[in-house]
Design a protein around this ligand. Structure first.
Ligand code: ADP
Ligand code: MG
Length: 661
């Protein structure tokens, strides 16, 4: 134990930031707002809170807070800091993320997602419990981080004792400094070894395949050193892992040992921790990661980076009002960050699976900030709940497009969360209690009227675990698909999710049952936690948990009350047209309604692959729309088979919503 403690001390001292400890603490003491810029892996996230704690910033019982755009980072970094400080995670050091609070009365260093801090403003508008707030990974420019900039800047004026640190990995420091009234910039010079960049000669048709080939080539021909591969999500990572395992097995003992380690946000924390374990001598580690490893997490000893050049992004089309998760090319800035991961401990190599031409001519310089490309419904609801009514004049680092703001206001108005003056209604206030999308919040509140809160809360929990419920191992696809069909029940996919959860609950949450039915136990466990949290929140807004005992109509009506923007009707050739914008969409092949094709459907989300697909679909009746959103859907327009236009009503509402050009 003593040796371990010394190792930790030594590691801490070896970080670039260590040499700046005193000057950093001085700077924080002398300035209320400080912009910090330092290369990824220099120790900003793990060390700064500890330095400030050691310097006495937690003496009077106040906390040091540090936000992270990603859940995984909040969990992983807090775990590391707890180890470094020799305390149990959740005591002095803790984390708080959506649906999971691992902090206690004793917590003085608190890591949290930016969304969680945003929400904390609702109960503690002046952040009284904190002496220092660090907005970390500011360069990521997530929606919540961008809104936090405006909120903390405002708080700082009222709380001269609050220290504010804006920490970023890249070049935006000047911009942050200007925004925060010319706050000083503290630069931590990084140490970076040269990284050789290699491009492919021709574009790759299948980048997962190309990535596995590259991994094996590196493994067979290059000196030891770990490999980091950037993929876009869990599915891709699992596919890559399977292909790789198979090929490694085939090559047999000809090669040195290759450890394959995935990391993505749904991976349980004990498995995430594995990526930080040192590679055994003589072996090589390959980490298959999402964007999370770009700047949020630093994995030591990476020498080789493989960059296919893509990431998954949530994109909102303000013209069509459609939001969709799509795979998009990364920016040059991202590509350079990724390459940088190879040069932290020694000279490295980065293999870009795209051409030099594509890098130069096809990649944008920088990633567009989230606030300019995603649906703002949730953010606007939160700001309204904080009493910020004039959104047009809110202090944004980069303001969102006007249309997007108007669409968000319209949607909240249509959901009944805002009145026609643009003020929060009682319903809106209750909706804001739930850390979910406004549509989902509305569906939860509607479940009170339709007396199906028990079913709805389960459905919400299941939807919130990101779809990873069914398990489909390559060698047992037929079994898995048969097992899955057994859960089918009238109504559609939401009811299937409910059915899975209910049957699982009836087995007293058995692991064996999950295994036999090709259900992901981990996802189910998480759904159970989320459900528990939601039930607690429902009690807060005084909704009793009641069940319809089998009647799916009220359940589907409650869902429709929240998601009436997501309606499509059957058109020619098995295609659907969305009611809102007459866009062509298809039922996802994974849906139980894939073959039924009912006349009217409601979808939970759209994913774009080759086409726009609706994922999680239920059958509805058009007359319900008039029942759940009468002011939104007018009878005639629904009967009209061409269905070209949305109700005009919102034109008027817009003028009244206080959105002035
Ligand atoms: P920065 O925020 O400047 O990018 P960090 O503070 O995240 O840097 O990382 C500093 C060091 O801490 C890195 O060497 C990283 O590998 C290590 N580290 C971070 N999290 C963990 C963890 N969960 N387990 C082990 N080491 C970690
Ligand atoms: Mg960091």
């Amino acid at each position: 134990a003593q040796k371990k403690k010394m190792d930790i001390e030594e590691t801490r001292r070896s970080l670039p930031i260590y040499h700046y400890k005193e000057s950093l603490v001085d700077a924080v003491q002398n300035h209320q707002v400080l912009i910090i810029e330092g290369e990824t892996g220099s120790g900003k996230t793990t060390q700064i809170p500890q330095y400030l704690h050691e310097a006495g910033f937690t003496k009077d019982g106040k906390k040091i807070g540090c936000t992270q755009p990603r859940r995984v980072a909040a969990m992983s970094v807090s775990a590391r800091v707890a180890v470094e400080m020799g305390v149990k995670l959740g005591n002095e050091v803790g984390y708080s993320i959506r649906f999971e609070d691992c902090t206690s009365e004793r917590t003085i260093i608190k890591y949290m997602t930016d969304g969680t801090l945003h929400r904390e403003f609702l109960s503690e508008p002046d952040l009284q419990g904190y002496s220092v707030m660090i907005i970390d990974e500011a360069h990521e420019r997530t929606l919540h981080t961008d809104i936090l900039f405006g909120l903390v800047k405002d708080i700082a004026r009222f709380r001269p004792d609050l220290k504010l640190l804006i920490s970023s990995a890249t070049l935006d420091a000047e911009k942050f400094s200007t925004f925060f009234d010319n706050a000083p910039i503290f630069r931590i010079p990084g140490r970076r070894f040269p990284v050789d960049i290699y491009y492919t000669k021709a574009p790759e048709a299948d980048y997962i395949d190309a990535a596995t080939v590259s991994i094996l080539q590196i493994h067979a021909t290059q000196p030891l050193g770990d490999i980091l591969v950037f993929l876009t999500g869990q599915e891709e990572i699992e596919t890559c892992q399977e292909i790789l395992q198979e090929r490694v097995k085939r090559l047999g003992s000809k090669l040195k040992e290759l450890l394959i380690l995935p990391v993505y946000s749904n991976l349980p924390s004990e498995m995430q921790a594995k990526i930080f374990e040192p590679t055994p001598p003589g072996a090589r580690k390959v980490v298959l990661a999402t964007n999370i490893a770009e700047t949020s997490l630093t994995i030591d000893n990476i020498i080789y980076v493989i960059d296919p050049g893509f990431c998954k992004q949530n994109n909102f089309n303000s013209r069509t009002g459609m939001e969709s998760l799509i795979v998009v090319p990364i920016s040059k800035a991202s590509a350079n960050q990724r390459a940088g991961r190879a040069g932290r401990v020694a000279a490295g190599k980065c293999f870009r699976l795209y051409t030099a031409w594509a890098f130069k001519h096809e990649l944008e310089d920088n990633t567009v900030p989230e606030i300019q490309r995603i649906n703002l419904g949730n953010a606007v609801l939160m700001l309204k709940a904080l009493g910020i009514n004039d959104l047009v004049h809110f202090d944004f680092l980069d303001p969102p497009p006007h249309e997007t703001l108007v669409l968000a206001l319209e949607q909240l108005y249509a959901l009944g969360a805002l009145n026609h003056h643009g003020e929060l209604t009682k319903l809106g206030r209750r909706m804001a209690e739930f850390p979910v999308d406004p549509m989902m919040a509305k569906m939860i509140l509607a479940s009170e009227k339709y007396k199906c809160s028990d079913e709805i809360v389960t459905i919400c929990a299941m939807l919130s675990v990101n779809g990873a419920i069914f398990y489909r191992p390559k060698d047992k696809i037929i079994h898995a698909d048969t097992a899955r069909k057994n859960f089918n029940c009238p109504g559609g996919d939401h009811l299937v999710l409910h059915n899975v959860y209910k049957q699982w609950a009836d087995t007293e949450f058995s692991t064996q049952w999950c295994y036999e039915n090709f259900i992901q136990y981990r996802s189910m466990k998480r759904a159970r936690d989320v459900r528990e949290q939601l039930v607690g929140l429902m009690q807060r807004v005084e909704i009793d948990i009641v069940s319809t005992d089998g009647d799916t109509v009220p359940i589907r009506k409650a869902i429709t009350a929240g998601y009436f923007y997501h309606i499509a009707r059957l058109s020619k050739g098995g295609q659907y047209k969305t009611v809102k914008h007459n866009q062509t969409v298809m039922v996802h092949p994974n849906s139980m309604l894939f073959e039924d094709l009912p006349r009217w459907v409601l979808y939970h989300e759209l994913v774009f692959t080759t086409k726009e697909f609706m994922r999680q679909v239920i059958e509805i009746e058009s007359k319900w729309l008039l029942e759940v959103a009468p002011h939104y859907y007018k009878a005639r327009e629904l009967e009209d088979s061409t269905n070209k236009k949305m109700p005009k009503l919102l034109g008027k509402a817009k003028a009244e919503l206080g959105v002035v050009n």
